[in-house]
Design a protein around this ligand. Sequence first.
Ligand code: ADP
Length: 449
Amino acid sequence: MFDKILIANRGEIALRVIRAAREMGIHSVAVHSTADTDAMHVRMADESVCIGPPPGIDSYLSIPAIIAACEVTGAQAIHPGYGFLSENAAFVQIVEDHGLTFIGPTAEHIRVMGDKITAKETMRLLGVPCVPGSEGGVPNLAEAKRIGEEVGYPVIVKATSGGGGKGMKVAQNAGEMERAFQTARAEGKSNFGNDEVYIEKYLTTPRHIEIQVFGDGKGRAVHLGERDCSLQRRHQKVFEEAPGPSITEAERARIGAVCADAVARINYTGAGTVEFLYENGEFYFIEMNTRLQVEHPITEAIYGVDLVREQIRVAAGLEMDFQQDELKINGHSIEVRINAEKLPEFAPRPGKITQFHAPGGLGVRMDSALYDGYTIPQYYDSLIGKLIVHAPDRPAALARLKRALGELIIDGVETTVPLFHALLQEEDIVTGEYNIHWLEHWLETNLRG
Ligand code: ADP
């Protein structure tokens, strides 16, 4: 086992990894920008190294600075968290070339899954059901129009390197194809340096269901059920729950086995998420994330496992601590993402936290790097906390979420907390009847003006 690991990240996810390391008796090294000198992850880690100025590109994304920080501190492995360098295959290669261990999958797996076209092709060959659409990239507008007719409108044009909801445009009909095609290409180029796009049938009422998988890198893999992340704004998740209110035990076992088998066959290492759209009882693969997800705590809650601990163990060459038949669901869990944003526009609101009080009690977990007097820097994303509840069943989890939100105090900046108070009053949320478009429609009618 490692003596010391470095966390190439910040905020709540850096704390999450530091906590797992400490419980395992592993020393932790935080890295930080000059904007984060007073950040909680720096305070909580055993050691810290300043790696550059505030912009991510000069600090949390600076590969030479991170490798140097490992060399200076003697850290043997790097946990990337999510975002930043977590899905950068070149980074993983450099880490390995320096004799360090990347806590995550291989560079090759990240490369294959990071390109959505090769990911889809790989998964299709492994027997995973996919959304109908173009076979591979679409080179020009004429071809895009031909595929639009073939697949049937509406369709969605997606940048193969896209992520975070960027580089996706819907064409409702042939007349909208030119704009969708050019915009998706331009967004792919400007955000990800790659203008290759592909086309999929646009599903009109799906749910977003993702399967948590975990592999040992030696051909063994398990699944840890699904998370329903359908409540989204601009293709970004806002509220997640597990198990999914619409998924039966039989469906979970079936799609879970397909996913576990697929990742086992490619000798996948560590945590991964296979994302699907789910409509009329069918699953359609959209992408795989080769890292820990923001919403991993709801899976941890219902399965009673520490996914970060398992990631570290498998990276150190140990066996997985669980087998498929030992993984049983206990209760229901919900996570809400708390952002420093002003409603209704969701405009980022960095600033000073004048008062912070985290909720507590049975079945409540608050993953946050906030503290009284902390100043949220303007340079990074606006997620400031995740409130996770766990209860014996869904109605109890909703009641617990309402109670916990009532205890939470964040003063000094505006947050998305009022959104969750409002959503918990909605009949569709209470019954679990929602799809990926529900929240956008609701925001339009309820938060306008
Ligand atoms: P990203 O990598 O940006 O997260 P994804 O491919 O995971 O992109 O898609 C994100 C979200 O976009 C999905 O959860 C869903 O809401 C929507 N989406 C993606 N593909 C389709 C599709 N074929 N039909 C309908 N909605 C889609």
